[in-house]
Design a protein around this ligand. Structure first.
Ligand code: SF4
Length: 628
């Protein structure tokens, strides 16, 4: 088989036993790689209904088919476990050198079962697996852990995916980090921490055998050339941080825990301001000609030691959404997240929830006692020092940081139970995952995409904001087209997440990002790598199958139609200022949108998947398990 090694490595952390499983080529053709293959491995290896933080929740890693080849932005891998934030599928992507080194080990994926008794660093070195004692790395940040392992092994070819103190402490939105990139969002770091897995390290000597090297090389060079032109200029020059002013202009920039969509000091936390005052350098993932990551540093004041990569989502969450306009403090908050190993989006949205709780009197100054402030402090919106302190408290689970480390859903439910309050009404999450930086009250197709998302409030798994923002539909109203649009945009995203290819390359195939523009080139890349004869329609199927296996996983975990909902604020509280003021997504509108979406997907009115649909997709065993 070209393009794959044909085998998956299994590791039991409890017994320290390892074994290999070979999969037929048809399995690879169905699930390909990335989040799709990782989720399929999860489907096969988990006991349904298990506690996400128990040894029964496996860690499933699947590499991309282009990792280690010349294909630009193809060095990415997928990671899946049951999410401790949502209780549904937790599927994430990360990339860069870890993915290339994983390819060189000779394994297409790795599944880790069980839990270690002592903290461990698992090293996969070609066919050998070592269980290295990891106590000495405890307390080290993510970047420092990677570096320490490399130095201890005296081998700069070793690449490691690590957790930081947040994962060690059990922060439910802790993430996994490699090469400065994060497999973020759904709490993988907490799953790794519960297994006492501090780091997974990989190195190897295997090459990649592709079916048609000459064609693959030619296709890759053409895309690289295009990726250095105008189609990626936005990402190369300012990165995604450029969205701050764009979203502010549209009245969609979440401000003070999504109370408003316009931030009066947006200029001070914009990509342009970052570029002028804080930018240190740009860096790129392995195999990437774009280099979008804007590494920025705090330049003055209390936080001058802070330096990390800054992009829009972490910027909105820790800046405007907390009412904070001091860029030095925002960089510090993101730095705490990146080195501590936790999701900067969830951190910012959770801090902003706590700030609103304080301003409404649900939490008081005494609730915010900590070693630094024994009498407590007052975390009002805009209080930059409070934002920094709360981020540290969450990372260390100190004081109220332990409550906040559960994320907004669980934290608000606990507070409301204990105090008889209604803080869940301003807990800004979907299915337990904190929301992204686009206010869905002014983007109704996106509201549907978010509500039905399999991993919760995530902008990466649906591009349904596109037709709204580009004006292809009226973003403030609904119509019959939205079901098809939500289906099409989520499956489009799933194609990229499955190969995986970084979505920032999407305009570089023909100048057009749509399916007609991108699919022929993607089809040619797959066929030159694998020797398969995939058609245009097969590329659509990659996305549909990838989304379907995630949905099937959720159904098996107890998903019902009612789980596809938005947060209270987006349903009931319109913004008062800016171009998106006065709008909500009513509950009736959402139910109509869901009907349209389930219909477009070919599902039942309850949102379940008919057996016939699963059989049509070649997912026979899934049909047996959850088909209706
Ligand atoms: S564009 Fe950015 S995120 Fe995408 S592969 Fe390149 S550096 Fe990584």
């Amino acid at each position: 088989m070209y393009g794959y090694h044909g085998k998956i490595l299994f590791i039991d952390l409890t017994s320290r036993r390892t074994w290999a499983e070979e999969k037929p080529e048809s399995w690879y053709q169905t699930y390909i790689g990335g989040v799709s293959m990782a989720t399929r491995l999860l489907w096969e290896n988990i006991e349904p209904g298990c506690d996400p933080l128990s040894p029964k929740n496996p860690i499933c890693i699947a590499n991309g088919i282009f990792a280690g080849t010349p294909v630009p932005v193809g060095a990415k891998y997928g990671l899946a476990s049951k999410s401790p934030l949502t209780g549904f599928v937790g599927d994430s992507l990360s990339g860069s050198w870890f993915s290339v080194a994983l390819r060189r080990t000779g394994w297409d994926g790795i599944v880790l079962h069980g839990a270690s008794e002592a903290w461990v660093n698992v090293l996969v070195d070609d066919g050998r697996v070592q269980f290295r004692q990891a106590d000495k790395y405890l307390g080290l940040g993510t970047f420092a852990t990677e570096e320490a392992i490399r130095e201890d092994l005296l081998d700069d070819q070793v690449r490691s995916a690590t957790i930081g103190p947040a994962g060690e402490h059990g922060v439910r939105f802790a993430n996994v980090t490699n090469d400065g990139r994060q497999a973020g969002r759904t709490g993988h770091g907490a799953v790794w921490g519960a297994k006492k897995l501090k780091a997974l390290s990989v190195r190897g000597t295997h090459g990649v055998r592709v079916a048609d090297p000459d064609t693959l090389m030619k296709l890759s060079f053409d895309i690289i050339e295009s990726a250095q032109g105008p189609h990626t200029a936005k990402y190369r020059l300012l990165g995604t941080a450029t969205n701050v002013l764009n979203m502010n202009t549209l009245g969609l920039l979440p401000t003070r825990n999504y109370q408003e969509g316009v931030f009066e000091e947006a200029e001070l936390v914009s990509g342009e301001y970052l570029e002028e005052h804080h930018k240190v350098k740009k860096i790129a993932c392995a195999q990437c000609p774009i280099a979008c990551e804007q590494v920025s540093a705090a330049k003055q004041g209390l936080y001058v030691d802070a330096m990390t990569g800054i992009e829009y989502e972490c910027l909105f969450a820790n800046g405007p959404n907390c009412g904070i306009s001091d860029m030095n403090a925002v960089i510090k908050m993101i730095d705490i997240c990146d080195r501590g190993g936790m999701d900067a989006m969830s951190n910012g949205v959770t801090v902003s929830w706590a700030m609103e709780c304080f301003e409404r009197g649900v939490l008081t100054k005494e609730d915010f006692r900590c070693a630094k402030y024994p009498e407590g402090f007052a975390p009002t919106f805009g209080n930059a020092e409070a934002g920094v302190t709360l981020s540290e408290m969450i990372r260390d689970r100190e004081g109220i940081g332990a409550l906040l480390s559960m994320g907004t859903k669980l934290a608000s439910e606990q507070i409301d139970r204990e105090r008889g309050t209604e803080s869940r009404n301003w807990a800004m999450h979907i299915k337990g995952l904190e929301n992204p930086g686009y206010d869905a009250r002014g983007l109704k197709t996106f509201a549907l995409g978010l509500a039905v998302g399999t991993r919760g409030g995530c902008h990466n798994r649906t591009a349904a904001y596109d037709p709204d923002i580009k004006g292809e539909v009226d973003r403030f109203s609904i119509d019959a087209s939205r079901g098809v649009l939500a289906k099409r945009t989520e499956e489009y995203a799933a194609v990229y997440d499955t190969l995986p290819l970084c979505k920032f390359i999407r305009r570089c195939f023909s100048g057009k990002a749509d399916r007609a523009g991108a699919w022929p080139a993607i089809q040619a890349l797959i066929n030159a790598t694998t020797g398969w004869a995939f058609t245009y329609e097969d590329i659509d199927l990659i996305g549909e199958r990838a989304h379907t296996i995630k949905k099937a996983f959720n159904i098996r975990e107890g998903w019902t139609r009612d789980a596809d909902r938005l947060n209270y604020r987006w349903h009931h509280e319109p913004m008062t200022r800016g171009p998106s003021a006065g709008h909500v997504v009513t509950e009736e509108e959402l139910e109509t949108l869901k009907d349209l979406y389930y219909q477009a997907k070919g599902w039942t009115a309850d949102g379940l998947i008919p057996k016939s649909k699963l059989l049509e997709l070649g997912m026979d065993d899934v049909a047996e398990a959850i088909g209706v």
